[in-house]
Design a protein around this ligand. Structure first.
Ligand code: NDP
Ligand code: 2IT
Length: 445
């Protein structure tokens, strides 16, 4: 396949969709061998079909704020690919949300969900609504208006949304309440639900726990573990919180978290009460990490910078896309980082990934490392279908097993001649093959 021609043609169809084009290129770059070994994929137009979403819904979301003013936001749902199961993926509420970002996330989700071993297709959605500083009533009215438009397009066997940036338990509750009223049924149409109304234990922790389990497997390939390692985490949301908990439990020391205002460096380690405080910080609706340094005076707040300048053994970017640049990667490598595990989706730029791989650093891409979140959403769907709840140990042990199996799939498909594991290639190849074969079986449709 002529990758440059393919990308040029795609760019002509979707000009300016930078994140989407970046994600497509990153996957296609690693599929050369698979495409050569499977000429039937070319004949059946698998690539041309897999890069385009099945359909996209866009809609307006009008809502009234506490002052009685009318606001209008944009709402989206991208149903990307349902070859191996119902569309599945989160909703993101953030002012930066646009179609390019949701298409990149939906595209990544296809392969991530395939890796989980569970029957889930890929989708993503959200809005440019900013929950920051909004009252509960405003968030509720927004969520109700959003669902009023979205509900006919989703369903437990059709498309199952969940949380992402800006969408947590509160938002899922309001969205679910609205769906239940409109559809007149109580089903597993969303995941990340409250524990008393169909949610799964361990789902809130799952992405961060899963990321840490995956990185632990990576470290094992070098006969080492988290014990005694210094770890830099970015972000301070749901994923960063779960990762901080599990890293600490496994004997690592979390030195940093970060927000849009800068990062916290805590040389004593972010553990125990300090991790609980992260939840308070997030719930404060201010979206800044600086208050941590007032609460725990041993810690330092570094304004306007990212945490990658702090010397560490393991780096876990858990905030957002393209937050770790080439220069950050170079500093991390210079400071002796041995493992980089992406808790966020596509946080490292392509140039940063190239630096890690050239220096033979253990590098785990988001679609493998953070798959524990959606995997546990899949386990929530299984429990909803069976109409029963598993205990936390059962869910956690299944999550752990899934992360180990994703790691094995990456090693199997990504090991290079010199023994270096290219986890990017491994994850893309393993994720792609299952979906491509399913598409072959189902015809051109
Ligand atoms: P949260 O909303 O809980 O937290 C994200 C936080 O990171 C936001 O408060 C945001 O602040 C902040 N942030 C944004 N940009 C930066 C930055 N450059 N540096 C530091 N902080 C920043 O989201 P999640 O924890 O759920 O999601 C984090 C990442 O993990 C995303 O990439 C998401 O797609 C991914 N992910 C999430 C999963 C889940 O289950 N929740 C599953 C798999 C992946 P602000 O709003 O002010 O910009
Ligand atoms: O990016 C992701 O995998 C998520 N935000 C979780 C999606 C889900 O359906 O649980």
């Amino acid at each position: 396949m002529d990758l440059e021609k393919f990308m040029n043609d795609l760019e002509k169809k979707h000009p300016g969709e930078m994140e989407y084009l970046q994600a497509v290129r990153e996957v296609l770059e690693t599929l050369e061998d698979v495409l050569q070994e499977n000429p039937q994929f070319e004949t059946a137009g698998i690539l041309k079909r897999i890069v385009e979403p099945d359909r996209i819904f866009t809609f307006k979301v009008p809502w009234v704020d506490d002052n009685g003013n009318v606001n209008v936001n944009l709402g989206y749902r991208v149903q990307f690919n349902n070859a191996i199961g119902p569309y599945k993926g989160g909703l993101r509420f953030h002012p930066s949300v646009n179609l390019s970002i949701l298409k990149f996330l939906g595209f990544e989700q296809i392969f991530k969900n395939s890796l989980t071993t569970l029957p889930m297709g890929g989708g993503k959605g959200g809005s440019d609504f900013d929950p920051k500083g909004k009252s509960d009533g405003e968030v509720m009215r927004f969520c109700q208006s959003f669902m009023l438009e979205l509900w006919p397009a989703i369903g437990p066997d059709t498309d199952v949304p969940a949380g992402d940036i800006g969408v947590g338990g509160r938002e899922i509750g309001f969205l679910f309440g609205a769906y239940k009223k409109l559809a007149r049924e109580h089903t597993g149409v969303l995941t990340g639900k409250g524990i008393n109304w169909g949610g799964s234990l361990v789902r809130p922790e799952a992405t961060g726990y899963g990321a840490t389990y995956f990185a632990e497997e990576m470290l094992k390939t070098k006969n080492t573990s988290y014990a005694g390692k210094n770890v830099c985490i970015s972000g301070f949301g749901n994923v960063a919180w779960g990762a901080a908990r599990k890293v600490t439990e496994l004997g690592g020391k979390v030195l940093t978290i970060s927000g849009p205002d800068g990062y916290i460096y805590d040389p004593d380690g972010i553990s125990g009460d300090k991790i609980d405080y992260m939840l308070e910080l997030r719930a404060s609706n201010q979206d800044i990490v600086k208050p941590y340094s007032y609460e725990f005076p041993g810690a330092q707040f570094v304004a306007g910078k990212r945490p990658w300048e702090v010397k560490c053994d393991v780096a876990m970017p858990c905030a957002t896309q393209n937050e770790l640049h080439k220069e950050d990667a170079e500093i991390l490598v210079k400071n002796g980082v041995m493992c980089v595990a992406e808790g966020a989706n596509m946080p490292s730029t392509p140039e940063a990934v190239e630096v890690f791989q050239r220096n033979k650093i253990l590098f785990g891409p988001g679609k493998a490392v953070n798959a524990g979140g959606v995997a546990t959403s899949g386990l929530e769907m299984s429990q909803n279908s069976m109409k029963l709840n598993w205990v936390a140990e059962e869910v956690d042990s299944r999550l752990h097993q899934i992360m180990k199996s994703i790691h094995e799939a990456c090693v199997l498909n990504g090991t290079e001649e010199d023994g270096y594991v290219n986890y990017v290639k491994g994850a893309n190849v393993a994720g792609f093959l299952k979906v491509a074969n399913a598409m072959m079986d189902q015809g051109v449709i």
